[in-house]
Design a protein around this ligand. Structure first.
Ligand code: PEP
Length: 248
């Protein structure tokens, strides 16, 4: 059985003081938690996370990484730099980066490759817009997004990634995919991983993201191919994040 993984995506939120209070609040309520836990934070706060979380049960990571390994790329942060702050995870291809920064699936694949090259675990986000879902294109869209990554990575690396299915229409909107809708897509993603990597696909965590909260977490996390959550808004409140962790 795959262990559940709960990852907080803080997006562009936080301050040194707010982060300290949030991390303290989470740490105080972890007794009995069975899930693996991580927070993906804005890059300037990686040092703060390393200092606060080192040696404890919460891993940390970033929300994006450059496809390049270093040099004249103003504003970029490369995977080696994230390793320097002992990151375990990095989110790649979040729908906000695809939408607001024009990131293509091919670029996302290169970012995943760069992360793996430095021993980081990329959390590869895929998801369809409402228009695409209503046009019956969900499977094609998420299949193509994941397919670009699977094409670039060698088969033996596929078992080292995490996938997050995040329907764009559910992110930050309060609308959640029903457990059945999410499970259907997760099973499809699992089949795609299996076709590329065989039994290694059974070890890949496929997270659900999109308005996961204490009220709906249990039912979503009970689905056979939902191995955890990528949590936005609810990851900014210690009590809500803890409730999701304890729903696993
Ligand atoms: C996200 O941004 O990854 C996300 C899932 O956000 P929210 O939980 O707020 O919908």
């Amino acid at each position: 059985m795959r262990a559940k993984l709960i990852v907080g995506n803080w997006k562009m939120n936080g301050s040194r003081a707010a982060n300290a209070a949030l991390l303290d609040g989470i740490a105080a309520g972890l007794d009995g938690a069975k899930a693996s836990i991580a927070v993906c934070v804005p890059a300037p706060y990686l040092q703060q996370c390393e200092d606060a979380l080192k040696g404890g049960p919460i891993a940390w990571g970033a929300q994006d990484v450059s496809a390049y390994s270093g040099g004249a790329y103003t504003g970029e942060v490369c995977a080696k730099m994230l390793s320097d702050f002992a990151c375990r995870y990095v989110i790649v291809g979040h729908s906000e980066r695809r939408a607001y920064h024009g990131e293509s699936s091919e670029l996302v694949a290169k970012k995943a490759q760069a992360a793996l090259g430095e021993g980081l675990t990329p959390i590869v986000c895929v998801g369809e817009t409402l228009e695409q879902r209503e046009a019956g294109r969900t499977v094609d869209v998420v299949g193509a997004q994941l397919g670009a990554v699977l094409e670039l990575l060698p088969a033996e690396a596929v078992g080292k990634i995490v996938v997050a299915y995040e329907p764009v229409w559910a992110i930050g909107t309060g609308r959640t995919a029903t457990p059945e809708m999410a499970q259907e897509v997760h099973a499809q993603l699992r089949a795609q991983l299996r076709a590329r990597a065989g039994s290694a696909a059974d070890g890949v965590a496929i997270l659900y993201g999109g308005s996961m909260k204490p009220e709906n977490a249990h039912e979503l996390l009970a689905q056979p191919d939902i191995d955890g959550g990528l949590i936005g808004g609810a990851a900014l409140k210690a009590q809500d994040f803890l409730a999701i962790i304890h729903a696993t």
